[in-house]
Design a protein around this ligand. Structure first.
Ligand code: ATP
Ligand code: MG
Length: 668
């Protein structure tokens, strides 16, 4: 392979590597032999994982792949997802175990608004809600939209839907009425479960009013079930609106869960929309629950006494797989937090970890980088020594952010402690983690998701679908079907086949849309979206590598890199950079100086080809509401176009700020 035909360049080198801690390795849930076992008999391996669940009827066939890309897993099996997440733990004598330590955002006179819910209590609540939904006329197969803050009722609502076989579609509470209406319309939801409002950044922000507005844009909705959370004023329409406390609190706690087919739809989740219009991803019951429960146990090495906390919102797939279905199927004790990391103070998350002695923590690189920006003095004030495994998901974690997470949050290196970081690669579409270290088996390399977990076959291939050799980059593909895979895009089988299975149709590979490389050991490094790859003088450069080089500079907290049209090189690298707070003032006084410093740094770290044509210091970056950087908008700015669709952007004023800054920035 010559340089000019490369699919994606491999520029950066990272030599640091952390072996699994010996005690963790000795007692790990999943050991190295699992990789071989899964390779030798993949379907047998998944059958063993499915046995983690309680099935009402055992399946006859593990996988039916006779009509690709439409898979059926655990054919002929029946089960109830809610029974698996709740009832069976109570029946096994663990009814008194806390399922959810819920923490509300408000703190009054130093006392937080909290609620502990045991598995027995959860069973009663879910049963009541299931009875209430049935009384409202919801039947198996009917869709229910959930538009709620992070309160226990959100989880109860999801499980109640699953219990009666009504697929839910959870819409993130920060989305607008328009976004809500389009999702209701797309999946045909007849009921919306919401709340009067929820607490975000110290204020009670309304939700019910957005549902009212959404109802003016779609006539699907027959009932709106409303939880009273904040007590704020809401408009009321007696013909559709029902209070949760009237319908649910009065319902019976007796509810016999009915078993559904393994392929019964469990939920529709819309992707976060980094690349464009969100897609309604359908997940079904048996395979999905198998995948989420197995990976949660394996990747977090879950033990009965662990206290787990995933900071995602239930409006994203991470909240579905790693707050609701995986952890609860595994009978975990977990923290669920309502608000933002900085309310009422910047150390709120660390305070919660200290209070509940959290052992397993799962968050996103965007959060880690924002804490890096603020400085380590904030987490250093808290006792975080209970933590034993740290997870990352959503974007590539830059090596520097990984090290910061491992040492500042994980306390690695202090008093002989080692707290591994697991960088988990997966998507809404994959349903559960595909590529990740196993903390007791795999060494950790900062910035690498390492290898596909046992049972998953992934590869990096070139344009022709051939596996690239170690040391090369290309397209990340999954080469065999897996239980928690999406079954289709809701209502659009053609778009499903086209979007994910047409790029490597001949080979039968699932194409994820991400670029990746294999290092000299064959370990996998995610390199960003293939749509974002830059072509500079015939070299195809990844955004992630250059961003990570910038973040490795001690003054930088976060960065986004895009390719802009260039008369000399085809495309040129344009970088947007957020500085760490302690360096902001000095940089403002000498803009040209800092820009030269950063530019030289990239040149030194990864080579002259990657040197940015332009670097801009910005106060914020455009992100989706799930915290992912939206590079396509920055490309519009870099190329002087009108900025494209900003519907999925968390804060649209950021684009105005960046566009305005564009004209005054200094070229180096
Ligand atoms: P859309 O498909 O609508 O553009 P989206 O892809 O952002 O939205 P998600 O399904 O939430 O929606 O995100 C999956 C994507 O997130 C992956 O394809 C990948 O680009 C990125 N990602 C997730 N985890 C990791 C990780 N550990 N390392 C690198 N990238 C990751
Ligand atoms: Mg995607």
């Amino acid at each position: 392979m010559t340089d000019s035909e490369e699919t994606l360049a491999n520029l950066s080198r990272e030599e640091r590597c952390f072996e699994p801690p010996a005690d963790l390795a000795a007692d790990a849930n999943v050991k190295a032999d699992a990789y071989d076992a899964a390779k030798a008999d993949r379907e047998g391996f998944w059958a063993t994982q499915a046995d983690r669940l309680d099935w009402a009827t055992k399946w006859d066939q593990v996988l039916d792949w006779s009509n690709p890309p439409f898979a059926k897993w655990f054919v002929g099996g029946t089960l109830n997802a809610s029974y698996n997440c709740v009832d069976r733990h109570v029946e096994a004598g663990r009814g008194d175990k806390v399922a959810i330590h819920w923490v509300g955002e408000p703190v009054t006179d130093g006392v937080a608004d909290t609620r502990d819910i045991t598995y027995a209590e959860l069973k009663d609540e879910v049963s009541r809600a299931a009875n209430a939904l049935t009384a409202l006329g919801i039947e198996a197969g009917d869709r229910v939209a959930i538009y709620m803050p992070m309160i226990p009722e959100a989880i109860i609502a999801m499980l109640a839907c699953a219990r009666i076989g009504a697929p839910h579609t959870v819409v993130f509470g920060g989305f607008s009425a328009d976004a809500l209406a389009s999702r209701i319309e797309d999946c045909g939801a007849m009921v919306v479960i919401t709340a009067d409002g929820g607490y975000r950044r110290g204020t009670a922000s309304p939700l019910k009013s957005a549902v009212d507005e959404a109802r003016t844009k779609t006539d699907r909705v027959e009932t709106v079930l409303v939880v009273r959370r904040t007590g704020q004023e809401v408009a009321w329409d007696d013909s559709v609106d029902v209070w949760w406390h009237d319908a649910v609190d009065t319902a019976s706690t007796e509810h016999a869960p009915q078993a559904f087919d393994a392929e019964h739809p469990l939920y529709v989740m819309y992707t976060s929309g980094t690349t464009g219009k969100p897609k309604g991803i359908l997940h079904t019951t048996g395979g999905y629950l198998t995948g989420s429960a197995y990976t949660h146990n394996a990747v977090f090495d879950l033990k009965p006494d662990d206290v787990y906390w995933c900071t995602a919102d239930i409006g994203w797939v991470t909240g579905h797989s790693y707050i609701v279905y995986g952890p609860l199927a595994n009978g975990v004790t977990q923290v669920v937090y309502e608000g933002t990391p900085d309310a009422p103070e910047r150390g709120r998350w660390w305070h919660i970890i200290q209070d509940y002695k959290v052992t397993l923590f799962y968050t996103a690189p965007t959060a880690i980088r924002s804490f890096m920006k603020q400085g380590r003095e904030i987490p250093d004030k808290f006792d975080l020594s209970s933590l034993r495994i740290l997870g990352s998901v959503g974007e590539s974690i830059n090596p520097e952010a990984y090290i910061w997470y491992r040492t500042v949050i994980g306390g690695s290196g202090v008093d002989g402690r080692e707290t591994p970081v697991v960088d988990t690669w997966w998507q809404t579409e994959t349903g559960s983690v595909m590529i990740s270290p196993l903390p007791g088996v795999t060494a950790g390399k900062p910035g690498s998701a390492m290898t596909a977990i046992p049972g998953i076959d992934a590869d990096v291939v070139d344009d022709d679908g051939h596996s690239v050799p170690n040391g090369y980059g290309g397209y990340l593909v999954i080469t065999s079907p897996w239980p928690s895979m999406l079954r289709t895009i809701w209502g659009d089988d053609d778009r499903y086949a086209e979007t994910y299975w047409s790029r490597f149709r001949k080979e039968g590979f699932y194409f994820a849309g991400d670029g990746a490389k294999k290092d000299d050991d064959g370990d996998i490094w995610l390199l960003g979206r293939v749509d974002d790859v830059m072509n500079v003088s015939g070299h195809r450069l990844s955004t992630t590598e250059i961003e990570s080089a910038l973040v490795s500079h001690p003054k930088v907290a976060e960065s986004a890199v895009v390719g802009a049209n260039d008369p000399d090189t085809g495309q040129a690298v344009v970088a947007y950079v957020i500085l760490r707070e302690e360096f902001e003032a000095a940089a403002a006084a000498d803009n040209a100086g800092i820009i030269k410093e950063l530019s030289d740094h990239v040149r030194k770290e990864i080579g002259p080809i990657a040197k940015p044509r332009q670097i801009m210091i910005v106060p914020e970056l455009p992100k989706t509401r799930s915290g992912k950087i939206m590079r396509r908008l920055l490309r519009d700015v870099a190329e002087g176009r009108t900025v494209g669709d900003t519907q999925t952007l968390a804060d649209s004023s950021i684009m105005d700020l960046i566009s305005a800054g564009q004209t005054t920035s200094t070229d180096d």
